[in-house]
Write a new protein. Structure first.
Length: 296
């Protein structure tokens, strides 16, 4: 859909705000869908008022969109109308004093520490593939990295003498994350075995390679993890489960939330606080299970 206002808005966020590609694409998708809605209802952007925005929110709820999607659409539109008002395309911002829709947060899936041990015990470390796959899981659980970050890590990003890894997250923001002795040991074994056993290495700068010597893909890592989750009887787990487990287990064992925020690469501590809710729920569950005065 060609729309000058939308294209100008996206250009502003791309150039002036230096927003990430994912953010720009989210804005594009959300605002295009809003333009489709107003066109279908014979409305023009210059005539949109508070009631039209509220009607759109009701429409999204009737269509049974997830609350997180509705919240994101609302946020995208709010930024869009601020931009349109600044450019004098509209006389007033219909969303200026509007309250945000409620956002229900689904607690992320987390493995117990026992489940993690079960997962790490299903690997057969007899060949390069098994040794590599074990190193991937140890590394993900030790650092809490996203798959997109994992596949981009280069060997020289690991500062062996300090026991940390340089991770480049969203918007190419760099952070340092401790490795831990088990992950370091697994990585060294993998790299030593790779050097001896892999005949052809194409992308030798990267830490994790497929068996053809090329950089691993996101789908390749997902297939690897899915195989071992299933083998460990953890079919409901997914790649982000290891990241969620990393954060939750740190907080359960007394880590400061601000350090966890930094290690995860969250720009806002509110994003990290979801893991404290998981911890609170676990504590409540254990209390109800074991405290003698909690029984009916």
């Amino acid at each position: 859909m060609k729309n000058k206002n939308l294209n100008d808005f996206l250009r502003y966020y791309r150039i002036e705000k230096n927003s990430s590609k994912n953010t720009i694409e989210s804005y594009r998708s959300d605002i295009e869908k809003f333009h489709e809605y107003i066109k279908k209802n014979n409305l023009k952007i210059e005539n949109i008022g508070k009631n039209e925005i509220l009607n759109y929110m009701v429409y999204l709820r009737k269509k049974e969109y997830a609350s997180a999607t509705i919240y994101r659409r609302y946020s995208s539109l709010k930024e869009y109308f601020i931009f349109l008002k600044r450019k004098n395309i509209i006389d007033s911002n219909p969303m200026e004093n509007m309250s945000r829709p409620k956002r229900t947060k689904k607690l992320p899936d987390v493995l117990s520490e026992r489940d993690v041990e079960k997962l790490l015990n299903v690997f057969e470390k007899k060949n390069l593939k098994g040794i590599r796959d074990y190193a991937i899981v140890e590394f993900m659980y030790a650092t809490g990295v996203r798959i997109s970050e994992l596949i981009g890590i280069k060997i020289n990003n690991i500062l062996w003498e300090y026991g940390v890894v340089r991770v480049f997250g969203k918007g190419s923001k760099e952070r340092l994350v401790p490795l831990g002795k088990y992950a370091k040991k697994a990585l060294k074994k993998y790299l030593d075995t790779r050097k001896k056993k892999m005949k052809k290495i194409i992308d030798r700068r990267y830490l994790f390679l497929n068996l053809r010597g090329k950089k691993l893909s996101r789908s390749g890592v997902w297939r690897i993890l899915k195989k071992y989750f299933k083998k460990a009887g953890l079919e409901d787990a997914h790649p982000h489960t290891l990241r969620h487990s990393f954060a939750t287990h740190l907080l359960n064992n007394g880590a400061d939330i601000r350090y966890v925020q930094e290690m995860l690469g969250h720009s806002d501590i509110i994003t990290t606080q979801i893991y404290t809710h998981i911890t609170d729920e676990r504590i409540k569950s254990e209390y109800l299970k074991y405290h003698p005065r909690s029984k009916n």
